[in-house]
Design a binder for this molecule. Structure first.
Ligand SMILES: *[C@@H]1O[C@H](CO)[C@@H](O)[C@H](O)[C@H]1NC(C)=O
Ligand SMILES: *[C@@H]1O[C@H](CO)[C@@H](O)[C@H](O)[C@H]1NC(C)=O
Ligand SMILES: *[C@@H]1O[C@H](CO)[C@@H](O)[C@H](O)[C@H]1NC(C)=O
Ligand SMILES: *[C@@H]1O[C@H](CO)[C@@H](O)[C@H](O)[C@H]1NC(C)=O
Ligand SMILES: *[C@@H]1O[C@H](CO)[C@@H](O)[C@H](O)[C@H]1NC(C)=O
Ligand SMILES: *[C@@H]1O[C@H](CO)[C@@H](O)[C@H](O)[C@H]1NC(C)=O
Ligand SMILES: *[C@@H]1O[C@H](CO)[C@@H](O)[C@H](O)[C@H]1NC(C)=O
Ligand SMILES: *[C@@H]1O[C@H](CO)[C@@H](O)[C@H](O)[C@H]1NC(C)=O
Ligand SMILES: *[C@@H]1O[C@H](CO)[C@@H](O)[C@H](O)[C@H]1NC(C)=O
Ligand SMILES: *[C@@H]1O[C@H](CO)[C@@H](O)[C@H](O)[C@H]1NC(C)=O
Length: 546
């Protein structure tokens, strides 16, 4: 019978053999519970060792991961074995710590980062007392996720005010009020705040001269009109990134003011009902707007809602919005993107388009559009007279729609610049030159047609193929996806038919039958060990063709 220690040794050996290829992490000389490594400026990990004490560690260690152990009570003698170390980063995540003596960390005069996350038995006042006695002028980050605190740790803000704290993270806590007035007074140097996955519902605004990133996602915030600025003060003059996903904000008109530098805005998952005229115009630097999952009540986009010269990426996914103008929904197809001419990336997946014709009006002002994502939009065909009017459009994703056929000449015109076309999961049953005019297909470098009900045949023509693509080809075919790579150098066109299933001669069209009868035919092997030779033969054949 294999006993416990043998098993552990096996596992450790495997890890260290594997690990030695990546980085040299070995058992520490004095203890088998931890690994020591000279990389990263001296790193020791005793993660998950279930220790009740901190063992002796080599003096070069500056980073100690002591997460998932059992240090219930901590005082200065808990760290007596670390006296010789110049510890910079101490991680005590998940230790079931109940109490810490106030002076416990005062001998660490190089400490920069302290992680006390997931020790829910610690109260905010104990942590504040400990921080008040930290004796390192470099201290700049404390991590306190999942402490389950139900009062705002204001005494901690006071204790932290002695330090130059640049980042403050408190996720998964249970307090309702956030006093940003108080926080800003105590942490004036702060650059990033992340107070997320909580139940915040009220906030007192504060003035943050340096704040660049504000994350308040997954709370219960409504945000009042003066949240970002009042008539006299702009609260976040340097804010670049704002994430207020998954709160209960339903009205964003006139909300964003004074955010002159804001470039990224995420407001997904809020029960927003409509976007009114000039909502974005107050954000002169906005580049990326993500507003997904707004819920089924969202029903109105006013003509100048998206008016913005700076906007580059618009992600408007999964909003169940019906792009039509009737009693329940409003938008104007010729106006919606007329005033946002610099959009390069547009994601409208997960909305409904009953009439394909609206797309031509909607999207033709977007002359800089490069990527268009319209998965899952109930499309039945591809839009005509659109793609070739968008000279920069190179990727089109229209997977999981109900597309069966289209007029290739009207869709792609004579010259289309599209390189990637994804039509996975539609109802395309036949591929022919009407759908893909040959010069369109020649330009495409990736065409995904997986998960379509081809029951007769798939034709790939205009193949100019080199050995380089063999892996892509191989993988793609096995996934019932067809990927075609275009290589500039070779000129010749080979005609190749791949039949995804066995097809009887009777069910072939006469031209297909004639072609099949005049060409070599390889059947895909039924035995796995024959697959290798099959692909080799195919590649050889392709090589002879080019
Ligand atoms: C520190 O804690 C240990 C046990 O956790 C205890 O034995 C020791 O007396 C304490 N030392 C001081 C100075 O309180
Ligand atoms: C704080 O650190 C300094 C040296 O960095 C040391 O002289 C002093 O005794 C320390 N204070 C405490 C309370 O440990
Ligand atoms: C330290 O704190 C962060 C939270 O800020 C947490 O995500 C991380 O997993 C913690 N522990 C370790 C061992 O990194
Ligand atoms: C605070 O730290 C940041 C870097 O994290 C630094 O850029 C800034 O100058 C520091 N401020 C003060 C007042 O020391
Ligand atoms: C927020 O903090 C300020 C002091 O900075 C204080 O005057 C105010 O009463 C606090 N508000 C709440 C609701 O605690
Ligand atoms: C929004 O702007 C359009 C175009 O300027 C205008 O026709 C429409 O009436 C405006 N909507 C509202 C509610 O003012
Ligand atoms: C779309 O939104 C619904 C709720 O409105 C959600 O359940 C679903 O997971 C979302 N789908 C995707 C792909 O995000
Ligand atoms: C959309 O806007 C255009 C230009 O402002 C206008 O002529 C047209 O009537 C509008 N369409 C609808 C359905 O309101
Ligand atoms: C495509 O080009 C041919 C000649 O090169 C021209 O006759 C035809 O009208 C063009 N079609 C389109 C849709 O531009
Ligand atoms: C097969 O195709 C599906 C859908 O296109 C994709 O999600 C999946 O990752 C692919 N699998 C492999 C092995 O490439």
């Amino acid at each position: 019978m294999l006993n416990c220690s043998e098993l552990v040794i096996c596992v450790l050996l495997m890890i260290s053999v594997y690990g030695s290829l990546v980085q040299p992490a070995k058992l520490c000389p004095s203890t088998k519970s931890c690994t020591c490594s000279k990389t990263m400026g001296g790193y020791a990990s005793c993660r998950g060792a279930m220790l009740k004490f901190i063992p002796v560690l080599p003096s070069y260690i500056t980073i100690l991961d002591f997460s998932r152990n059992r240090l219930e009570c901590i005082n200065a003698s808990t760290f007596s074995n670390l006296k010789e170390l110049k510890l910079v980063h101490l991680d005590l995540d998940s230790n079931e710590i109940k109490i810490i003596a106030p002076n416990a960390f005062s001998s660490f005069s190089f400490l920069r980062i302290l992680n006390l996350s997931r020790n829910p038995k610690l109260s905010p006042s104990i942590v504040a007392d400990v921080v008040a006695q930290i004796n390192s002028s470099d201290f700049n980050q404390i991590k306190l996720d999942r402490m389950k605190w139900n009062t705002e740790p204001t005494e901690l803000y006071t204790a932290l005010s002695r330090f130059n704290i640049s980042k403050f993270v408190l996720r998964e806590n249970n307090f309702i009020n956030l006093n940003l007035t108080f926080l800003s007074e105590n942490l004036p140097h702060i650059v990033e705040i992340r107070i997320a996955y909580g139940i915040l519902s009220s906030i007192q605004p504060g003035f943050f001269k340096r704040l660049e990133k504000l994350n308040l996602y997954f709370n219960q915030l409504r945000l009042t009109r003066d949240f970002f600025g009042s008539r006299t003060t702009c609260y976040y003059p340097r804010l670049v990134y704002l994430n207020i996903r998954a709160n209960v904000i339903y009205d964003i008109s006139n909300l964003f003011r004074c955010l002159e530098k804001l470039e990224y805005l995420r407001i997904d998952g809020n029960p927003i009902l409509r976007i009114l005229n000039y909502t974005l115009i107050q954000l002169p630097s906005l580049r990326v707007l993500s507003m997904n999952d707004l819920g089924f009540r969202f029903n109105r986009i006013e003509d100048r809602a998206f008016q913005s010269i700076s906007l580059r990426h618009l992600i408007f996914r999964n909003n169940s919005f019906r792009f039509k103008d009737d009693v329940f929904y409003h938008f104007n197809q010729s106006e919606i993107f007329k005033y946002s001419p610099n959009i390069e990336y547009l994601d409208l997946s997960g909305n409904t388009f009953y009439y394909i014709d609206v797309l031509q009006d909607m999207l033709s002002p977007l002359k800089l559009l490069r990527d268009l994502q319209m998965d899952n939009c109930k499309l039945r065909t591809l839009p005509e007279n659109l793609f070739f009017k968008l000279p920069n459009l190179i990727s089109v994703f229209m997977a999981n729609n109900r597309i069966s056929r289209w007029n290739g000449y009207k869709v792609f015109g004579n010259q289309s610049n599209i390189l990637t076309l994804d039509l996975t999961g539609n109802v395309i049953s036949d591929i022919n030159e009407k759908l893909f005019p040959i010069n369109v297909l020649k330009r495409l470098s990736k065409l995904s047609l997986g998960n379509n009900p081809f029951h007769v045949h798939v034709l790939i023509y205009g193949f100019t193929i080199g050995l380089k693509m063999k892996n892509v080809f191989f993988k793609a075919i096995r996934n019932r996806t067809i990927v075609k790579h275009h290589q500039e150098k070779t000129e010749s066109d080979a005609l190749i038919i791949i039949m995804v299933e066995d097809v009887s001669e009777e069910s072939m069209s006469s031209s297909l039958r004639a072609f099949v009868n005049s060409s070599p035919v390889f059947n895909f092997p039924t035995k796995q060990y024959e697959e290798g030779p099959f692909w080799l033969n195919l590649i050889k054949l392709l090589r002879e063709q080019t």
